[in-house]
Ligand binder design. Structure first.
Ligand code: ADQ
Length: 465
């Protein structure tokens, strides 16, 4: 690549931050993908003439680097078999369940590992190709844990940061992984390894000591010629954008319309998730249904709206989960719904930001009950939207967000009885109590927004050498 086109700041992620859209004339263009990570990083990219290295989302397609939304995008090609083995396989059938408390059984298969190595090398080579001398490279997430080491071997001049968006497991679980040492060595190629929580960072330091025979000091792992810093940087949302959206008249009107369409019950409870077995969707629906079974709640008192975005539908576990949830919803409505008034409204679709914001505004209780979650942005989005100080958040202790949102109604989702009780309390909390809790949570989310997250990570990375 021509030196003048090289970038001082490079992000490497499994996906490029754009989606292909086809307009009315059949012309394909690129549109920035929604989401906090992209929003937070784009301004940094624009200031520093950044480049983003990633897959464009469809297999077997060769694309030249292109410009979109003020960024240089460098596509990495994935074949159909790469998608199956590296992405659906090692990333989502091995690492994802292992890193989420083995809620589902991880698949350990050598062919998947080999694909993971091969594809990680391709990403590392692509990053090495676009980075200017001494550039800062920021690698994202569990799909690319080998990239830091591979990239350092190719380009020792770079400053490399890595951020893991999901939990990093404790010794007892990580130990299962047949390639545990290779993964740790991959991450140790970075100058700074960031996690969502303090626990993730300390698990990483302990594991490096145990499985790579390295000395550690506090948050640092000591190698022969340098040290690697591990720290926590809890990710957040673009709070200002959500405040703006949630105070728009049309969004508020839509929220009122949603309440009307649901028959104006005393309580609207809401769940918004990717359809994933880590999110505890079944546990929350069971707790809700049991309130009817116990006679504590009656049709007309409360309605649950569950929005579940289709996700990873080619991975077996996800297909099974979808069927189970649909069965559960059908049973609950069969037992307790009245004509034209289901107790659970289930939608297996994605929503626009606007519609999602209207749903957040309409909901009296936001129900976020993951069995394990790196952070959970939905919880923070709900809080950011409730400038009216109405609304209550029911939040799992197992979400990273619980480390910050202490004033949520906290639950252990494995404890259905306890979850049911807290859900009932959240539904019946007084306006004054809701306001007190919401005010405290909003302070945290507004001060610690996604811009601050990116800034703190990048400053820590700049300070590394
Ligand atoms: P996810 O597991 O995808 O993220 P989450 O943090 O909740 O989980 O983010 C989901 C995002 O998708 C939110 O911004 C939400 O608004 C949006 N979304 C969900 N359902 C939707 C729907 N039906 N329609 C439209 N949008 C929808 C991973 C980790 C998390 C971590 C994030 C960021 O698993 O723990 O918080 O990365 O680091």
């Amino acid at each position: 690549m021509d030196q003048s086109k090289k970038s001082e700041f490079v992000v490497v992620a499994n996906r490029l931050p754009v989606d292909r859209v086809t307009d009315e004339d059949g012309e394909a263009t690129w549109r920035r993908s929604p989401g906090g990570l992209v929003t937070a990083i784009v301004p940094v990219m624009q200031r520093r003439e950044g480049a983003w290295v990633g897959w464009q989302g469809s297999p077997d397609e060769d694309l030249e680097p292109f410009e979109a939304e003020g960024m240089t995008l460098s596509p990495v090609r994935l074949s159909g078999s790469d998608v199956e083995l590296y992405y659906e396989g090692f990333s989502n059938a091995t690492l994802w369940p292992l890193y989420h408390d083995v809620i589902a059984r991880p698949v350990y298969r050598r062919s998947l590992w080999e694909a993971y190595e091969r594809v990680n090398r391709r990403f590392a080579e692509a990053a090495a190709d676009v980075a200017a001398e001494g550039a800062v490279v920021w690698v994202q997430d569990y799909q690319l844990q080998l990239v830091p080491k591979m990239l350092r071997e190719l380009r020792p001049d770079l400053r490399i940061g890595f951020f893991l968006h999901i939990p990093f497991p404790p010794m007892e679980l990580f130990q299962q992984l047949p390639w545990r040492r290779e993964i740790l060595e991959g991450l140790l190629g970075a100058d700074l390894v960031g996690f969502q929580s303090r626990d993730g960072a300390s698990n990483f330091v302990r594991l490096s000591r145990r499985f790579c025979d390295l000395k550690t000091q506090g948050h640092e792992v000591i190698l022969d010629d340098r040290t690697v810093q591990a720290d926590h940087f809890p990710i957040s949302v673009d709070a200002q954008e959500l405040i703006t959206l949630s105070t728009q008249e049309d969004v508020k009107a839509r929220a009122a319309e949603i309440r009307e369409e649901l028959g104006n019950p005393a309580s609207i409870l809401l769940g918004v998730d990717r359809l994933d077995y880590t999110k505890g969707i079944q546990q929350r629906l069971q707790a809700f249904t049991e309130l009817f079974e116990d006679g504590r709640v009656k049709s007309g008192d409360a309605v649950f709206v569950q929005v579940a975005t289709p996700s990873r539908e080619r991975v077996e576990e996800y297909r099974i989960l979808r069927d189970e949830i649909e069965l559960q919803v059908g049973r609950a409505n069969g037992m307790y719904a009245e004509l034209g008034a289901p107790i659970i409204n289930y939608m297996h679709t994605s929503h626009t930001r606007k519609e999602l914001t209207a749903l957040y505004l309409a909901a009296d209780v936001m129900v976020v009950t993951p069995l394990r979650d790196g952070m959970n942005l939905v919880a923070k989005e709900y809080v950011a939207c409730h400038g009216d100080l109405k609304g209550a958040l029911l939040l799992s202790e197992f979400a990273g967000a619980a480390n910050e949102l202490h004033r949520a109604f906290l639950v252990n989702p494995y404890d259905i009885g306890g979850t049911k009780q807290r859900m009932y309390e959240a539904m019946h909390a007084s306006p004054a109590e809701r306001a007190r809790r919401m005010r405290s949570m909003r302070r945290r989310v507004i001060e610690h927004d996604v811009d601050l997250w990116a800034k703190e990570f990048l400053e820590a990375l700049e300070n590394r050498r």
